[in-house]
Ligand binder design. Structure first.
Ligand code: GSH
Length: 240
């Protein structure tokens, strides 16, 4: 039997969104790690499979699918026993899709990638204030998304939670801890997700690895708040 192959690196938030989805589906798969710093994702064979050279990339038989949001929707559509993680009901699906687009446009490309550029390409040694303000605005929006429900797209866990927790946990551990006094629902949601079985293996390990690299570039901002963020996420503090 051919099993899906996931290419990527655990430090990448969108790769971890796929790992969380694969785990929820209990889907047998192979993980093929790519050394991005060595440019393995740019090898001709990989470019043939994904000319956009991004990870995650899923190979399922003859098909190559990239962009984490396309991958996790596909995995549920094709392999899930029910549509709970990605509801078929048009309105419920629209809410999940809105959250997924929020992850792509606002959290990942709008904020996370800009922060990465500032730190790793432009040599900033502190989180730029305007970026920090954008990140806090995004946290405030997520707090509103969670106003009525324990999960981002309603009463049940969906792929929107997997996609957003992979990025938010990274931002939380590296650039700006989610302050529970300002964002109590977001903080409780993070703790709720961090209590998932295998969360450490599927998300936290890679998030920590990346956060360690980022924080090494931000010596002044490695303070008690960051330490607390690490301890809380490990102990599941605030879980509800
Ligand atoms: N929106 C895409 C983002 C993918 C992305 O930019 N991944 C980064 C790693 S976190 C990457 O592959 N960078 C290498 C490159 O673009 O060449 C997704 O959700 O899959």
């Amino acid at each position: 039997m051919v099993i899906p192959i996931l290419y990527g690196t655990e430090s990448s938030p969108p790769v971890r969104a796929v790992l969380l989805t694969l785990r929820a589906l209990q889907l047998e798969h192979e993980f093929r790690p790519l050394d991005m710093l060595a440019g393995e994702h740019l090898e001709p064979e990989m470019l043939r499979k994904n000319p956009q050279h991004t990870v995650p990339m899923l190979e399922d038989g003859e098909a190559c699918i990239w962009d984490s949001h396309a991958i996790i929707g596909y995995l549920v559509n094709k392999y899930a026993m029910s549509d709970e993680l990605y509801p078929k009901d048009p309105l419920q699906r629209a809410v999940v899709d809105q959250r997924l687009h929020f992850e792509t446009g606002v959290l990942f490309h709008g904020i996370f990638k800009q922060l990465q550029r500032a730190i790793f390409k432009e040599g900033a040694t502190e989180v730029p204030k305007d970026r920090l303000a954008e990140l806090r605005d995004a946290y405030a929006l997520l707090e509103q998304f969670l106003a009525e429900n324990p999960y981002l797209a309603g009463p049940r866990l969906t792929i929107a939670d997997f996609s957003i927790v992979a990025t938010v946990s990274t931002l939380h551990l590296s650039y700006c801890p989610v302050d529970g006094s300002k964002y109590p629902k977001l903080s409780a949601w993070l703790a709720r997700l961090s209590a998932l079985p295998f969360y450490e293996e599927d998300n936290l390990r890679g998030a920590r690895e990346l956060a360690d690299r980022i924080r090494a570039k931000l010596p002044k901002q490695f303070d008690k708040l960051w330490q607390k963020a690490f301890e809380d996420i490990k102990s599941g503090a605030g879980k509800q």
